[in-house]
Design a protein. Structure first.
Lengths: 291, 228, 213
C-alpha cells in the first residue's frame, strides 16, 4: 500500500519534471544566458530589450536586474555569474582605469576594449549615449549668455550640483578649473540635482544626457569643446557564454537604438511610469526587432 | 580588507576635516538637523503625551502609533516626504520628515511617564488643593521627567540614524562620507565616516542616559527600546 | 495603486528578497539572544547590557559598512546586512529575554527540582514555557524593526523593498515609495500577528479555565 503510494508520488514528480523540461524554450538543452542590469531605470530598459530579443529567438534567459553599483556586479560579471550586461563606455572605462584620459567616443571604446578583464568582451557600441553633462536653466543661459562650459570662465559664484562623488571626479570642480579655468563651489545634491537646479539652489547641474527632464524642463546642456567629459555610449558587455548568434541579435538592438530613442524610453519610464518590460517590448516592436 | 593603515591615514589628513564637506562641518550639520527635528517634534509631542496621560483619553493613539511606527521604514518616510513636499524647501522637508520619526517615541515617553504615576500620589496632590495646572507642573512633570527624557533618548537614536541617509536627498551630514565613499570606492573614508557616526550616536545616547538617570531618582518606568 | 497593479510581480520579487534577508537574522538572532540571556552569569549581565545597548544604538548604514573592516566581508552585497541584522536582533532581544527568565517564579523552579527534574528538564519543561510570553513580546519588537531596517540594505546593493525608495526617488514616483512603505508595514504587521498567535498557542495552559467549584 505504502509502496504504491510512494511510486505514484515519484511517477507524478517525474512527469512534472518531464513536462517542465520540455516547456516553451525552443533550445531546451542550453544553459540560460544570465542578463544583469544596474539599479537605474534606464539601464533596466536596455537589459530588458536584450532579454526580449534573445527569448524571442529561443534562447533561455535569466534576468538578474537592479544589481546596484559597479562594485556589486562587476565582480559577478568577471566571475561568470552574469553573461550579459548593458554598460556605458566612459563610466565603465573609468571604473577599470580611473586615470583614463580618452574622451572621444571611438577612443573611449577602444580603450575600454583593451582594459576589460579576461573573458569579457565589449560588443559593438550603440549610438545611444548616456553621459555626464553640465546643464543650466534657460534663464541662466540667456541672462549670462552661456552656451558652452568655456563661457563660464568670466562668471563668478557658480554653484555646481551633482552626486556626492562628483566632488572627486576628474570632470568635477578640479577638472573645470584645470581645463576651462572655471571656478565653482560644489553642492552635493544627490538624487535631487535637477530639482535643485530648477529651484535655483544650484546654478549648474551634472545630469545624465539621456535624462528626460533635460527636454521636459527645457534645460540647456552646455557644450564641452575641450572634451572634459568622457563619451559614454551604451555598450553590451558579454561573457563567452554569449554565442555568435546571440551577439548578432544584441548588435542589432544596439544599432537600432539612437540617442533620441534612449531619451524617449526614459521619458516613458518617468512620465508613464511603465515597467521596463513594457517599454522595451513596445520599442522593439516599433523597430521591427520583435513581432 | 582590514585596512587600519588607510583608515588612520584618512582620519589624520587635515584636508578631510576642513571645508564644506569636511568632517567638522558634516558633524555640525548632522547634529543641527537632529536637534532641530527633535525640538520641533517635542514641542508638539510632549504636551500631547502629557495630556493623554493626564486625562486618560486617546491612549489608542499612543499605543497604535507606537507599534505602527516600529514597522515604518524611516528611509521610505524620509524619501516620500521630501518628494511630496518638493525640493524648494528641502531643509524644511527633511527636518519635518525627521520630526515625524521623532514624534512617536517622544509621545510614548511623555504618556507613559504620566500614566504610570500611582493614583495615590495624584490624589494626595488634589487633596492638598492643587489645581490641574499645579498638579501637572509640580507633580506629574517632575515625576514623568525620566520617562520623558527616555523618549528623547529613543528619538535621538532614531533621528541621528536617519540623518545618515540625508545625502541621498541632497543634504549633508556624516552620511555624506559613506555615500560618496561607496561610489568612489574610497573604503577608508567609508569606514572613518561610519566610525564618526557611531561615536556621535553612542555618545549622545550615553549623555541623554545620564540626564535620564539624574531625573529618574524618583520614579523610572523602564523605557522600551526602538531603533531605525 | 495604479503603479502597484502594473508592477506587482516586481514588488513581490523584492518582497521575497526582503523576507529572505530578514527571516534568517530574526530566527538565528532570537535563538542566540535566548541562549546567551540564559547562560550569562549574573555579574556579567550589566556589562553585557551596556555593550549590547551601545551596539543597538549604531545606525544601520554605519554598521553595514563597518563590518567589512572588522570581519573582512565585501563592502556591498547581502552578507553584511544579514550579519548586522542578526546582531541587532540579539542586542534588542537580550534585554527582554533575560528579564523573562529572571521573572520565572523561584518556587515553581524549586517545585520542579524537588519532583526530580534535572536542570535540563527544568529548563525545557518549566523555565522556557513560563518565559514564552516575555520572549514572544521581545521577539515581536525585534521582528518588526528588523523588517523595517532591512530596507536600508538597498543603499549597499541588496535588492529588497528598500529599492523601491531609491528607484521611486530617482524616477520621482511617490506611489512607488509609498508602495514600499506599505509593503514593509504589511509584512511587519503580518509577522507581528503571526508571532502573537504562536505565543498564544504555545501558552494555551495560561488560558485554560480552572473550575474550582
Amino acid at each position: 500500500m505504502k509502496l504504491t503510494r510512494i511510486a505514484a508520488v515519484a511517477a507524478s514528480i517525474g512527469l512534472t519534471l518531464g513536462i517542465a523540461g520540455c516547456a516553451p524554450s525552443a533550445v531546451p538543452s542550453r544553459e540560460p544566458i544570465v542578463i544583469g542590469s544596474q539599479a537605474y531605470y534606464s539601464n533596466e530598459i536596455v537589459a530588458e530589450a536584450y532579454a526580449l530579443v534573445l527569448e524571442d529567438a529561443g534562447f533561455a534567459v535569466e534576468r538578474k536586474f537592479s544589481l546596484g553599483q559597479r562594485d556589486v556586479y562587476v565582480p559577478a560579471l568577471v566571475a561568470g555569474e552574469i553573461d550579459l550586461f548593458p554598460e556605458y563606455t566612459g563610466n565603465l572605462l573609468q571604473f577599470f582605469v580611473p586615470t583614463a584620459t580618452e574622451t572621444a567616443a571611438e577612443d573611449v571604446y577602444a580603450a575600454l576594449a583593451t582594459s576589460l578583464p579576461e573573458g569579457l568582451t565589449a560588443l559593438a557600441m550603440s549610438p545611444a549615449s548616456d553621459q555626464d553633462s553640465y546643464n543650466v536653466t534657460q534663464d541662466f543661459a540667456s541672462a549670462n549668455g552661456v552656451e558652452s562650459i568655456a563661457d563660464l570662465a568670466s562668471l563668478t559664484d557658480i554653484t555646481l550640483g551633482g552626486a556626492p562623488e562628483l566632488a572627486e571626479r576628474p570632470y568635477g570642480p578640479a577638472g573645470l578649473l584645470a581645463m576651462y579655468g572655471v571656478t565653482v563651489s560644489f553642492e552635493a545634491t544627490g538624487d535631487t540635482t535637477v530639482e535643485s537646479l530648477v529651484a535655483g539652489i544650484v546654478d549648474m547641474a551634472n545630469v545624465y544626457s539621456a535624462d528626460p527632464r533635460i527636454q521636459q524642463l527645457g534645460l540647456v546642456t552646455l557644450s564641452d569643446p575641450l572634451g572634459l567629459f568622457l563619451a559614454s555610449n551604451v555598450v553590451p558587455i558579454a561573457s563567452e557564454a554569449v554565442n555568435a548568434d546571440a551577439r548578432a541579435l544584441i548588435d542589432a538592438v544596439s544599432a537600432a537604438m539612437s540617442a533620441e530613442d534612449l531619451v524617449a524610453l526614459n521619458v516613458r519610464s518617468v512620465d508613464e511610469k511603465l515597467s521596463a518590460a513594457v517599454i522595451a517590448r513596445e520599442w522593439l516592436v516599433s523597430e521591427g526587432l520583435l513581432d | 580588507m582590514l585596512d587600519f593603515g588607510g583608515l588612520g591615514a584618512w582620519l589624520s589628513n587635515p584636508e578631510n576635516w576642513a571645508g564644506r564637506y569636511g568632517l567638522w562641518n558634516l558633524v555640525a550639520e548632522h547634529l543641527c538637523l537632529t536637534f532641530l527635528a527633535i525640538v520641533i517634534a517635542a514641542i508638539v509631542a510632549v504636551p500631547i503625551g502629557v495630556a493623554i496621560g493626564h486625562f486618560g483619553r486617546g491612549e489608542f493613539l499612543v499605543v497604535g502609533l507606537g507599534s505602527f511606527s516600529r514597522a515604518i521604514p524611516t528611509m521610505g518616510l524620509l524619501f516620500a516626504l521630501v518628494l511630496v513636499m518638493g525640493i524648494q524647501f528641502r531643509e524644511l522637508s527633511v527636518v519635518l520628515a525627521l520630526s515625524a520619526i521623532a514624534f512617536p517615541p517622544l509621545l510614548a515617553g511623555a504618556y507613559s511617564g504620566v500614566t504610570t504615576i500611582p493614583a495615590w500620589i495624584r490624589d494626595s496632590a488634589t487633596a492638598q488643593g492643587m489645581t490641574t495646572g499645579q498638579l501637572v507642573r509640580h507633580v506629574e512633570l517632575p515625576l514623568a521627567s525620566a520617562s520623558i527624557i527616555g523618549g528623547f533618548r529613543i528619538a535621538y537614536i532614531q533621528v541621528v540614524s536617519t540623518v545618515v541617509l540625508a545625502p541621498l536627498v541632497g543634504l549633508g551630514g556624516v552620511g555624506f562620507g559613506i555615500i560618496q565613499g561607496l561610489a568612489l570606492r574610497n573604503f577608508p573614508q567609508v569606514t572613518a565616516s561610519s566610525l564618526v557616526i557611531i561615536v556621535i550616536t553612542v555618545t549622545g545616547d550615553r549623555v541623554i542616559g545620564l540626564f535620564q538617570r539624574l531625573a529618574g531618582a524618583r520614579l523610572s518606568p523602564p523605557t522600551p527600546l526602538e531603533k531605525s | 495603486m495604479e503603479w502597484f497593479i502594473a508592477n506587482w510581480t516586481f514588488v513581490a520579487g523584492l518582497a521575497a528578497t526582503h523576507l529572505s534577508v530578514s527571516v534568517g537574522p530574526i530566527v538565528v538572532g532570537a535563538f542566540l539572544a535566548v541562549v546567551s540571556a540564559r547562560i550569562t552569569p549574573p555579574r556579567w549581565v550589566n556589562p553585557t547590557r551596556g555593550v549590547l545597548g551601545a551596539i543597538y544604538a549604531i545606525p544601520s548604514l554605519a554598521l553595514f559598512v563597518t563590518l567589512p573592516v572588522l570581519i573582512g566581508t565585501d563592502f556591498t552585497g547581502p552578507t553584511n546586512v544579514v550579519i548586522a541584522l542578526t546582531i541587532y536582533v540579539i542586542a534588542s532581544m537580550y534585554f527582554s529575554a533575560h528579564d523573562s527568565f529572571t521573572q520565572v517564579p523561584r518556587p515553581t523552579v524549586t517545585n520542579a527540582e524537588s519532583m526530580g527534574m534535572n536542570s535540563w528538564q527544568v529548563f525545557v519543561h518549566v523555565e522556557l514555557p513560563m518565559a514564552v510570553p516575555g520572549l514572544i513580546a521581545g521577539l515581536r519588537v525585534a521582528a518588526a524593526s528588523t523588517i523595517s531596517i532591512a530596507s536600508i540594505g538597498a543603499v549597499v546593493g541588496v535588492r529588497n523593498l528598500g529599492y523601491l525608495f531609491i528607484d521611486g526617488f530617482q524616477r520621482k514616483i511617490p506611489e512607488e515609495i509609498i508602495t514600499g512603505i506599505l509593503a514593509i508595514c504589511v509584512i511587519a504587521l503580518t509577522l507581528d500577528v503571526g508571532l502573537w498567535l504562536v505565543g498564544r498557542l504555545m501558552t494555551r495552559w495560561r488560558f485554560v479555565r480552572v473550575d474550582h467549584a
